[in-house]
Design a protein around this ligand. Structure first.
Ligand SMILES: *Cc1c(COP(=O)(O)O)cnc(C)c1O
Length: 422
C-alpha cells in the first residue's frame, strides 16, 4: 500500500477515474480543497454558456423559452437534486445562499411561545450559522445569551449524540446543527437526532454545506424538518454558486418568514396582487429573482452526480481518505501530526483534519510545493481528496511532499500566521 505502484493500480481499477478528464485540472498541482471550492468541470462551464446564449437569443423571453426556462429553474434543478438529499417531489429548491436560506428557514420555523423559546445549536458550527441564529433570536426581541444553547464539545473537535440529546429540554423550540462539522468532518447522526427531537416536540434542521455531494442523505425518510446548503463545495457549482434548501412536505403550508414575490404560486405571481398566495410546495420559501448566472453551472455539474450516484461517490471518497490516513500514520509518525477527524466510516465525511502546532506555515509550504490544502485556525489542516476528480496517486504524492517538508523543515521559512482568506 505504501508504494506508488499500489496507488497507480488503484487508479486503474477505479470506475470513476474517467470523470477526472471532465474537470479543468492543473496537473502540476494536487487540489485537495474541493470541500471549500470545488473545481470547474466542462459540463458546468458549458451549462453557464448555454444560459448566456439563451440571454443573447431570447432577451426577456429567456424566462419562459429555451432549453432551461429561467422561471422554473429553481424548482426543476431542485427536483433533480432530490436524489442527493433523499427528498420527495417539491421538497427541494435551488435558491439563495446558505446563510440567506438559513435566515429564511429559521424565521419560518422558529416560533417561540410560552415555555418553548430556545434554539439549540453547537459550539463547533461555522460562525455564519451562529450569527444568523443570534440575529433571529434578537428579531424576536429575545436575548441570545439566554435563548441560544450551544452544545459543548468534549475534545474540541467532535460532538457526542448523548450530549446533544441531553440538551433537548422542554424549553427548546428549534434545533439547527451541521450535518458534517466543517473542521473535523464528523458526520452527525441526523436520523437519531431527528427522532429524539421529535419525541420532545422540537423541530430540527441541518446545514448540509459539507455533506451535499459528499455523502448520501435520506432527509424525508429520517423526517428532518428542513435543511439548507451551498452548492460551491462538493457540488462544484462555482464561487458564489446559488444554494439550496429542503422543506419537509408536512410543512408546505407554513407561511414563509421572509416573503417575496418569488414565494408566489407561479401561476399567480404575475397577477401582481398585494396579497401573497404562496406556492403550495417548498417553492414558497424563495424570496426574489434567482441568480441565474450563479445557478447555471449547477445544471452541468449535477449531471455527473446523477450519472455516478452518491453510493459510488461515497465509496471512493472513503477509500481515498482512508488511504490518506493510513499513509499519514505510516509515513509521518515522527512529525507530531494528530488525525482529529473520527475514524469510523459512518462518522467521517469527505475530508480529514490534521492538527499540528505549525499548521499555518506547513500549509504555506504545501501550497508552494503544489499541494492545495485548507488551513483552519488555529492549527488545523484540512485535506479533501474528492471522488470525482482526485486520485490515489495524488494522495500518495501529497504525503510524500508533506514528509519532505517536515524532514527538510522547509515550512520554517514561512511565518506561522494565516492569510486573509484561509
Ligand atoms: C460554507 C458554509 C457556509 C457558507 O455560507 P454562505 O452563506 O454560502 O457564505 C455556512 N455554513 C457552513 C456550515 C458552511 O460550511
Amino acid at each position: 500500500m505504501n508504494t506508488l505502484q499500489w496507488a497507480k493500480e488503484m487508479d486503474q481499477q477505479d470506475p470513476l477515474n474517467k470523470y477526472r478528464e471532465e474537470f479543468y485540472i492543473d496537473n502540476n498541482k494536487i487540489y485537495f480543497d474541493g470541500n471549500s471550492l470545488g473545481l470547474l468541470s466542462k459540463r458546468a462551464e458549458s451549462a453557464l454558456y448555454s444560459v448566456m446564449e439563451a440571454w443573447r437569443t431570447y432577451g426577456i423571453d429567456g424566462w419562459t423559452e429555451g432549453k432551461q426556462p429561467w422561471f422554473y429553474l429553481a424548482e426543476s434543478l431542485g427536483n433533480r437534486m432530490r436524489s442527493l438529499v433523499g427528498a420527495d417531489e417539491g421538497e427541494v429548491v435551488v435558491s439563495g445562499s446558505t446563510t440567506v436560506n438559513m435566515h429564511q428557514l429559521v424565521s419560518t420555523f422558529y416560533q417561540p411561545r410560552e415555555g418553548k423559546t430556545k434554539i439549540l445549536a453547537d459550539h463547533l458550527n461555522f460562525p455564519s450559522d451562529i450569527y444568523a441564529l443570534k440575529s433571529q433570536i434578537a428579531l424576536k426581541n429575545l436575548d441570545d445569551k439566554e435563548h441560544l444553547i450551544q452544545v459543548e464539545s468534549r475534545d474540541g473537535y467532535t460532538l457526542h449524540d448523548e450530549d446533544i440529546v441531553n440538551e433537548m429540554t422542554e424549553d427548546v423550540a428549534l434545533i439547527v446543527l451541521p450535518s458534517i462539522l466543517y473542521r473535523s468532518g464528523q458526520v452527525l447522526n441526523m436520523e437519531r437526532l431527528t427522532t429524539e427531537a421529535h419525541k420532545r416536540g422540537i423541530l430540527i434542521g441541518f446545514d448540509l454545506s459539507h455533506s451535499i455531494g459528499a455523502i448520501p442523505h435520506e432527509l424525508s425518510k429520517w423526517d428532518v424538518d428542513f435543511a439548507f446548503w451551498c452548492n460551491y463545495k462538493h457540488l462544484n457549482g462555482g464561487p458564489g454558486s446559488t444554494g439550496g434548501y429542503y422543506v419537509n412536505k408536512r410543512h408546505f403550508a407554513k407561511v414563509p418568514g421572509l416573503a417575496g414575490w418569488f414565494s408566489s404560486d407561479k401561476s399567480k405571481q404575475f397577477d401582481m396582487k398585494h396579497e401573497l398566495e404562496p406556492a403550495s410546495d417548498a417553492g414558497a420559501y424563495q424570496i426574489g429573482t434567482p441568480n441565474l448566472l450563479s445557478m447555471a453551472p449547477i445544471i452541468g455539474s449535477l449531471a455527473m452526480f446523477e450519472e455516478v450516484g452518491m453510493g459510488a461517490i461515497r465509496e471512493k471518497s472513503l477509500k481515498l481518505t482512508g488511504y490518506l490516513m493510513s499513509l499519514i500514520e505510516t509515513e509521518l509518525g515522527d512529525y507530531h501530526f494528530t488525525i482529529c477527524n473520527p475514524r469510523e466510516d459512518d462518522s467521517r465525511g469527505g475530508h480529514i483534519l490534521l492538527q499540528h502546532n505549525e499548521a499555518a506555515r506547513i500549509c504555506k509550504a504545501l501550497k508552494e510545493a503544489g499541494v492545495i490544502p485548507d488551513f483552519r485556525s488555529p492549527s488545523g489542516i484540512r485535506l479533501a481528496p474528492v471522488a470525482l476528480y482526485n486520485t490515489f496517486t495524488e494522495v500518495y504524492h501529497c504525503v510524500e511532499i508533506l514528509k519532505d517538508i517536515m524532514k527538510n523543515e522547509t515550512y520554517k521559512k514561512f511565518e506561522n500566521k494565516r492569510g486573509v482568506v484561509a
